[in-house]
Design a protein around this ligand. Structure first.
Ligand code: BGP
Length: 471
């Protein structure tokens, strides 16, 4: 670390954190909410979940929202992201909104605003309503249409007070998890179906943006309203400058980053991605009008989730042409010698990645307005760092500070990065990992529901108050 350097961030920088409805609300089958794929999967296969802890075991935001918003204030938040649960708002996936859900989200939004915290509202965080999954989930064009209606309903109900909207969080994750690598419901492993899911997700995104543009013209719309998408970007670094390694890293980038980034920022897919899928017979079915629709999906604001890079090398062995088509036909991941690891989670830590993402956006995508929408450090058995009643998470403070230093550099060089949100606020339930990896600024005792601010939460509050820090 550099000594005695001061890092001041631009005025009105967004300091905050992100969470999601399915990971925090609880009451997963109460107050009119219907099942999501997570509720169903847990019921069917609890063994898939760490220590068999399912989606009903949360920090119960549905009950504790008022106290939690007070804690947001105490930990220096001027902005906060959560999501709306589609299955709570529209228990049948479409139709009339559930009045209890409307009242709940109204209270949350109003209280955030009353506390001076800007609400950032995301519409979909991996939580497909089960009734929509039964219609085919993202493989179905009808579900795409239903999602756009749901988005419209949200704009109409809450868009007078919410300015920052996001269509999706990490849309690649349900594709990878649900249709390629078997870590989300419905546990399909099939590239062609995965490509269809990815394509339909971006059509749903574009349709929601189209609806948003209409909504934006209404007199009751928030005057600063804007729409974005949140992408987890994993810079793909080749093992070497050898053309085979460079090509392998390029293909990984096309599949995992640019299949979402390009439509969101340019309104169309990269030509070489389309060519690659076409060559291998993996292109999803398109309809007339899709191209025009995608072109309307360009966002006002990009959320960047950054955790770790992808290290890529070309394959050492030839692919068996009879094996099912997979991204790994084109590359292998590579353990770079000497890489820095988060020893408590098993992910690489590479802080310059955040700067490289900003540079890429500046140089190749017209320098869009963006912010870091998730960055954070998961830790297993974090209790071991408990001293005098508080988690002493100096490792997390260092992690955040080092990422912020690289972020600051990107801003100095002209990137339009408007804020930094951590993953996450209070330790939360995380899909199949449940509470295995703790990320919060605030520690959660699941049994007693007690919240205790970690050392990092105090550091974060001080950093936000000073709009920067000194090393
Ligand atoms: C991000 C997701 C979050 C959260 C986080 C931590 O990809 O947007 O929802 O789950 O990852 O993941 P994990 O608990 O698996 O370490």
């Amino acid at each position: 670390m550099r000594d005695n350097m001061h890092y001041q961030f631009p005025d009105n920088f967004w300091w905050g954190s992100a969470s999601s409805a399915p990971q925090t609300e609880g009451d997963s089958l109460n107050f009119g909410k219907s099942e999501t794929i997570w509720d169903r999967w847990f019921r069917e296969q609890p063994g898939r979940f760490h220590q068999q802890v399912g989606p009903q075991n949360t920090s119960t935001f549905y009950q504790h929202w008022r106290g939690d918003i007070a804690l947001l204030k105490r930990t220096g938040h001027n902005s906060f992201r959560t999501s709306i649960s589609w299955a709570r708002l529209l228990p049948n996936g479409r139709g009339e909104p559930n009045p209890q859900a409307v009242a709940f989200y109204n209270q949350v939004i109003d209280e955030l605003l009353a506390q001076g915290i800007t609400p950032f509202i995301n519409l979909f965080h991996f939580d497909m309503p089960m009734c929509m999954q039964e219609e085919g989930g993202w493989e179905s064009r009808e579900v795409v249409a239903a999602y756009a209606d749901y988005a419209d309903t949200c704009f109409a109900l809450f868009g007078d007070r919410v300015a920052h909207w996001f269509t999706f969080n990490e849309p690649v994750v349900p594709v990878e998890g649900g249709y390629l690598y078997d870590f989300h419901y419905p546990n399909v492993v099939d590239f062609k179906r995965a490509a269809t899911v990815a394509y339909h997700t971006m059509l749903a995104h574009a349709e929601a943006v189209r609806r948003f543009r209409h909504w934006q013209q209404q007199p009751q719309a928030h005057p600063d309203t804007q729409i974005g998408i949140i992408l987890n970007l994993t810079p793909s670094y080749p093992r070497s400058q050898n053309p085979a390694d460079v090509k392998a890293a390029h293909i990984a980038d096309l599949i995992f980053n640019r299949s979402f980034l390009d439509p969101a920022l340019r309104g169309h897919y990269p030509d070489d991605l389309v060519a690659l899928l076409k060559e291998h017979g993996q292109l999803p079915a398109c309809r007339d009008g899709d191209r025009e629709l995608l072109a309307e999906g360009v966002v006002d604001l990009l959320g960047i989730n950054y955790y770790q890079p992808r290290r890529i090398k070309c394959r050492d062995s030839l692919v068996n042409p009879d094996s099912p088509f997979m991204p790994e036909w084109f590359f292998e991941s590579y353990e770079m010698p000497g890489r820095k690891m988060n020893l408590y989670r098993g992910w690489e830590i590479y802080e310059p990645g955040i700067y490289d993402i900003l540079t890429n956006l500046r140089e190749n995508y017209g320098n869009p307005r963006c912010f870091i929408s998730e960055n954070g450090m998961g830790v297993e058995n974090e209790q071991r760092f408990l001293q005098q009643g508080q988690i002493q998470d100096d490792y997390r403070i260092e992690f955040v500070r080092e990422h912020l230093i690289w972020l600051h550099r990107g801003i100095q060089e002209g990137s339009r990065c408007l804020g930094y949100h951590m993953w996450t606020f209070i330790d939360n339930w995380s899909w199949c990992n449940a509470y295995k990896n703790r990320y919060g600024l605030v520690q959660l005792d699941l049994a007693s529901q007690q919240r205790t601010v970690k050392k990092s939460g105090e550091w974060f509050a001080a950093t936000a108050a000073d709009n920067g820090f000194t090393t």
